[in-house]
Design a protein around this ligand. Structure first.
Ligand code: ZN
Ligand code: ZN
Length: 196
């Protein structure tokens, strides 16, 4: 056994195609071929994990959605793929990208403190009697909100929450000078064609 290992040691160095460094075989991922034989990846593990980090950095929104889907899937006892594909969580990537870029909470209009401050809020809270409540775990029911909006909504039904916010807004606006709403620069100059 030890002799065989010694013999293998002599030729157990492989040069990585990416970093060109000679490395021990253990630094390469071993893959099984369909015919049962094995082969080593051409790229070393270090280079592979560096490439994965670059990929995550290139699309942080996707990385965040995947991570949050994994966490939620674990809580619900399903696979991440089920949330991403069947419950359409993949569609949350573009709005999250926009939220990161524009950086404003759609509810309160304040700037997000950080990416962690952009939370996935269940518009309609999952119902206790249905566990898991697949209808409400669907991406269509997920809204991007800042942490403080998410926390203050708690388990309120969405329509109740919306109405309570309007009551709060009106009472807050009472006795204060009315804000003149200017169109966002993006829409300035666009004609309203009156279509609903
Ligand atoms: Zn390498
Ligand atoms: Zn907010």
């Amino acid at each position: 056994m030890s002799r065989r290992k010694k013999g293998a040691d002599r030729c157990s160095i492989r040069v990585c195609v990416t970093c060109n460094e000679p490395k021990d075989y253990s630094r390469f991922t071993l893959r099984e071929n369909p015919d049962g034989t094995v082969r080593l990846d051409a790229e070393c593990k270090e280079c592979q994990s560096k490439a994965a980090a670059v990929k995550r950095g290139a699309n942080p929104a996707r990385a965040i959605v995947w991570r949050r889907a994994a966490t939620r899937a674990h809580q619900l006892g399903v696979s991440r793929t089920f949330l991403l594909l069947d419950l359409k969580w993949e569609t949350l990537i573009p709005p999250l990208e926009a939220a990161i870029t524009v950086g404003l909470c759609q509810r309160c209009g304040h700037r997000y403190n950080s990416v962690a401050d952009i939370t996935f809020d269940h518009g309609e809270p999952p119902r206790d009697e249905l566990k898991p409540d697949w209808a409400r775990e669907h991406a269509d029911n997920i809204r991007l909100r800042c942490k403080s909006c998410n926390v203050s909504k708690r388990d309120m039904a969405y329509s109740d929450w919306l109405d309570s916010q309007e009551v709060a807004r009106v009472s807050h606006a009472n006795g204060r000078p009315q804000t003149q709403h200017q169109p966002l620069p993006l829409f300035a100059g666009l004609e309203d064609d009156g279509e609903q």
